[in-house]
Ligand binder design. Structure first.
Ligand SMILES: NC(=O)c1ccc[n+]([C@@H]2O[C@H](COP(=O)([O-])OP(=O)(O)OC[C@H]3O[C@@H](n4cnc5c(N)ncnc54)[C@H](OP(=O)(O)O)[C@@H]3O)[C@@H](O)[C@H]2O)c1
Length: 339
């Protein structure tokens, strides 16, 4: 009997132009696994960095990119009780990380979309323990935005102990930033957003942002942030930019929290240590979150009927255009691939 095949989008080189459809065998779920027919996937900055060979430079080629997806369970292996055929499921980005902290092995070797095979394909098989159910009010496309961007924003605010009345600074209007904006508003916080675009700032305000600062027009945005808080500074910073950590330290309140998430403006930052020590700032690296956190986040999303912000949707065959849009930074929220 010949194995069933499926469409998969693979990169044969480290370049967007190398992305092309290929025929791959449909995986067969083993004991404890579910086979998920993927309906939608979403892109993250990480996917772009990997494709540019800036993130996992020794990744063997070809590979199937992207980590975040939602689909329907179409078959289950022996001993699966967590899901039944017909259920919708979202695979965990960090396979095996269920609670607490991940092991270094899980963090570096068990992530979907490199080094594990990604989700820009019609089927994936994952352990039933390594997927979560879907908030019922979300479409497949909306649910596909959650595993990295939403969970990282959620984890950052949890680690920063967000409270009603806090002020949260969100950098940019990409995937993580807009989820952070939405979750911070749910928590009763004031939100300041910085962006390169006045038009995007207006859209962020329509989503609930209280203050918008254009970081192109106001390169000293940390001064403007301080002023917007009456000189007090912000309680939590969702640091997706990375190299601006010095400015974030100048904008954070005494005893505040900086969740260091990303590197869109570079991997290096030079910081004055006195800005950390005296004001007792917590600076903490954030790497997505566990299954337990994902499930708690989904309960909050369901309770509040929260809808992720989808920028645009592309067909699988046009995924290269989706990567180009991400690369240009033209997007507001999440870019989705319909599979
Ligand atoms: N540690 C983790 O677990 C984790 C998880 C998710 C993401 N990340 C990282 O976090 C970063 C953001 O990820 P993402 O998926 O949200 O990316 P994204 O959707 O591409 O958004 C990036 C946004 O950053 C803004 N930006 C670019 N340069 C900036 C600058 N100099 N100052 C302020 N904002 C700037 C842009 O917003 P405007 O267009 O509004 O200017 C852009 O839309 C990436 O480095 C990613 O790798 C890490």
């Amino acid at each position: 009997m010949t194995a069933a095949t499926m469409r998969a989008l693979q990169a044969t080189a480290f370049s967007i132009d190398s992305l092309a459809l290929a025929e791959h065998p449909v995986p067969v779920p083993r004991r404890g696994e579910i086979l998920v027919r993927i309906r939608a996937a979403s892109l993250n900055y990480r996917d772009l960095a990997i494709l540019a060979q800036a993130y996992i430079p020794t990744l063997p080629l070809p590979y199937v990119p992207a980590s975040d997806a939602c689909g329907q369970v179409v078959a289950v292996g022996e001993d699966v009780t967590r899901f039944a055929v017909g259920d919708r499921a979202i695979p965990l980005y960090t396979q095996g990380w269920h609670d607490g902290k991940p092991t270094p092995e899980q963090r570096t070797r068990r992530t979907l979309g490199a080094p594990l095979s990604g989700v820009l394909q019609e089927y994936v098989a994952v352990p039933a323990e390594d997927a979560v159910t879907v908030p019922p009010h979300l479409s497949d496309a909306e649910a596909a935005t959650l595993p990295i961007a939403a969970l990282t924003a959620w984890s950052t605010l949890q680690e920063g102990d967000v409270k009603t009345g806090d002020t949260v600074l969100v950098q940019g209007t990409g995937g993580v930033a807009l989820f952070a904006l939405q979750f911070a508003k749910l928590a009763g916080a004031q939100v300041i957003v910085i962006s390169s675009s006045d038009e995007k700032l207006a859209r962020a305000k329509a989503l609930g942002a209280d203050v918008g600062i254009n970081y192109r027009a106001t390169p000293d945005w940390h001064v403007a942030v301080k002023e917007a808080t009456g000189g007090r500074g912000v309680d939590i910073i969702v640091e997706t930019v990375g190299s601006t950590l010095d400015k974030s330290l100048a904008a954070v309140a005494f005893g505040g929290f900086i969740g260091v998430i990303g590197f869109v403006a570079g991997y290096e930052a030079k910081i004055p240590l006195r800005a950390v020590i005296g004001p007792m700032i917590r600076v903490q690296g954030i790497a997505t979150g566990s299954r337990t956190r994902f499930e708690a986040m989904n309960r909050a999303i369901t309770l509040h009927g929260l809808k992720p912000v989808i920028d645009s949707t592309f067909a699988l065959a046009d995924a290269a255009d989706a990567f180009r849009r991400l690369e240009k930074g033209a997007h507001f929220g999440k870019i989705v691939i319909d599979i």
